[in-house]
Design a protein around this ligand. Structure first.
Ligand SMILES: [Zn+2]
Length: 508
């Protein structure tokens, strides 16, 4: 039975308890065979040298060529039992001693570990030439290489484990948001009290009112040019200062300030897990949005629009001078609670990958095996994808989509960010579209996802022509969660932050 390297490595990952007896040569099995053959070979070499025998001497004694003895000592081939018995006799040791799984010396243990590492899938994937294990290679060099290899393995494991934990936490959080219709009454109450404290009575929240809020909470604002790249703002709790960037291209300067203030109001501490980190992020964003688009004001505005059958996310955006995403997010907070309208929300990258999603209207989002939506690809027929094909980027795009569980109406808009273009979509089941402006659109699509034939399989004609005649080179998937740095939840560089605070702190 022969396997080429690539096939074999895949097989070892997928098949637990693979029967090693099937593999005739030691190099086929990076885990079991090599260890035994290597250990036995090392022991034979050690015993032979102890007895001042050459390869030739041992070869003659067991009726084999010197080269065959060398192959045996290098552990390149699983030795036959008859050969081992002959070797044991020639070296004057019991067979058990040759077969012991313990390495004969510390040096031998190091060499075995190095050869195992170099024969393993991780080292192989690096495409580096293998380091020959020679006498001249110091123990220290081997230890260093093994240390690096072990760390690389640890990082791979961590990276593989982290997104799963994050995805599970995100799924739990999305289910919680669904249960409460994405409405957090205690945060609405906090926003109302804060705005009342600074005398904000309605309308868009100006930069000045935002500053008043900071002062009310005891913070002074400092706009700087050198805010560390991993942060949106930094708070100096000792000196009650909030550092903000002088200008942040394309983003709302009030957003960073309000999120920083929201963090203080909510008493956010360093998160201890993904679940806590994600909940903090949701609550912080919620409170900041509730300050920008106050509940009472917004509900009055939306109620009037519904009475005229003119509900529109753009109008909410324009009335409160916020981004489309904030308006869409805020709409989902209030639509079910106050207007009785179930909704869904999707933020999707131009590649189709979902970065944020919420629904309480049974819109069936694509899910992975853990129930996670983030990072999954939206159906090509949905408004969240179709909007990218529309030349007019300024007018809102509306579309009816016939889905397996009913017809939905959606409105989508594209926003450009440093990470690329994203569509932000808000949708509702057909029964509720009568309240929305844009319900008269002629755009209509049918989606049968997750059925493969919907949009995940290329048309038969194209497949026939190109399936065997193409070889696209993939760009590494960079979904939001997969890109989260390992080690810290927030991706914040603490050294940078502390150095920044040190250099900006007031002199006593
Ligand atoms: Zn589809």
């Amino acid at each position: 039975m022969t396997f080429n390297k690539a096939t074999f490595n895949t097989a070892t990952f997928d098949t637990a308890g693979l029967n090693t007896a099937h593999f005739s040569t030691a190099t086929d099995d990076p885990d079991e065979g090599i260890l035994d053959a290597l250990t036995i070979g090392k022991r034979i070499r050690q015993l032979r040298r102890d007895r001042a025998m050459t390869l030739d001497d041992l070869g003659v004694a067991i009726g084999r060529a010197a080269s065959q003895v060398s192959v045996m000592e290098n552990g390149k081939r699983e030795p036959r039992l008859s050969d081992l018995q002959a070797v044991a006799r020639a070296l004057g040791v019991p067979l058990d001693q040759l077969l012991s799984t313990e390495a004969p010396s510390r040096r031998a243990a190091l060499e075995i570990a190095l050869e195992r590492a170099q024969g393993g899938p991780l080292f192989t994937s690096l495409g580096l030439p293998a380091l020959p294990v020679r006498k001249g290679l110091s123990d220290q060099a081997i230890e260093t290489i093994l240390g690096l290899h072990a760390e690389l393995e640890r990082l791979h494991r961590e990276r593989a484990a982290t997104p799963e934990e994050a995805r599970r936490a995100n799924t739990r959080l999305r289910q919680q948001m669904r249960r409460q219709n994405n409405y957090f009454p205690e945060l609405e109450e906090q926003a109302r009290k804060l705005l009342a404290a600074v005398g904000h009575t309605g309308g868009p929240l100006s930069q000045r009112v935002a500053s008043d809020l900071a002062a009310y909470l005891g913070y002074s604002l400092h706009y700087v040019n050198d805010l560390p790249g991993s942060t949106r703002s930094i708070s100096d709790l000792a000196n009650k200062r909030i550092y903000l960037p002088v200008s942040h291209q394309g983003s709302d300067p009030r957003g960073s300030l309000l999120r920083a203030l929201a963090g203080h109001v909510l008493g956010a501490t360093e998160p201890t897990g993904y679940g806590e980190f994600l909940l903090q992020r949701v609550e912080t964003n919620y409170l900041a949005a509730a300050l920008l688009v106050p509940e009472a004001d917004a509900v009055r505005f939306l109620g009037e629009a519904r009475a005229k059958r003119e509900l529109s996310v753009e109008d909410l955006r324009d009335n409160f001078a916020v981004t489309y995403e904030t308006a869409a997010h805020r709409f989902t907070n209030l639509a079910t609670e106050h207007l009785g309208i179930p909704v869904h929300f999707i933020k999707a990258h131009s590649s189709g990958a979902i970065s944020k999603a919420y629904e309480n209207d049974d819109a069936k989002f694509p899910e992975d095996v853990l129930g996670a939506v983030e990072g999954q690809v939206v159906c090509r027929q949905w408004s969240a994808r179709q909007v990218f094909d529309i030349a007019d980027r300024f007018s809102p795009y509306h579309q009816y989509t016939d889905k397996p569980n009913g017809t939905y109406w959606c409105t989508s808009s594209i926003q450009s960010t440093g990470q690329g273009e994203f569509s932000v979509s808000v949708g509702t089941p057909f029964a509720h579209v009568k309240w929305f402006r844009g319900r008269d659109t002629a755009n209509r699509r049918a989606s049968t996802c997750p059925e493969l034939g919907c949009c995940r399989q290329p048309p038969a004609g194209l497949s026939e022509r190109w399936a065997d005649q193409s070889f696209p080179s993939p760009r590494l998937e960079s979904s939001l969660l997969a890109a989260m740095p390992a080690g810290t939840f927030t991706g914040i560089d603490s050294t940078e932050v502390y150095e920044f605070l040190e250099s900006h702190a007031p002199v006593e």
